[in-house]
Design a protein around this ligand. Sequence first.
Ligand code: SF4
Length: 64
Amino acid sequence: MKVHIDSEICAGFGICTGIAPEVFELHPDGYAVVLVSEVAPGDEDTMRRAESQCPARAISISED
Ligand code: SF4
């Protein structure tokens, strides 16, 4: 699984960084970035929760 944030859409609410601080980090310019190239198997449900709770719908997941 890979997780991606569209920095053009992200509004910097920081909900994802609260859900998974080991995966998401707020950039000083006000958008979140992904810290990992591949999501650990144990974090997959957490990534789906972050995707569904992002108010800007800026998080997308690919299952490859
Ligand atoms: S929850 Fe969504 S809008 Fe908020 S920082 Fe994360 S990606 Fe950006």
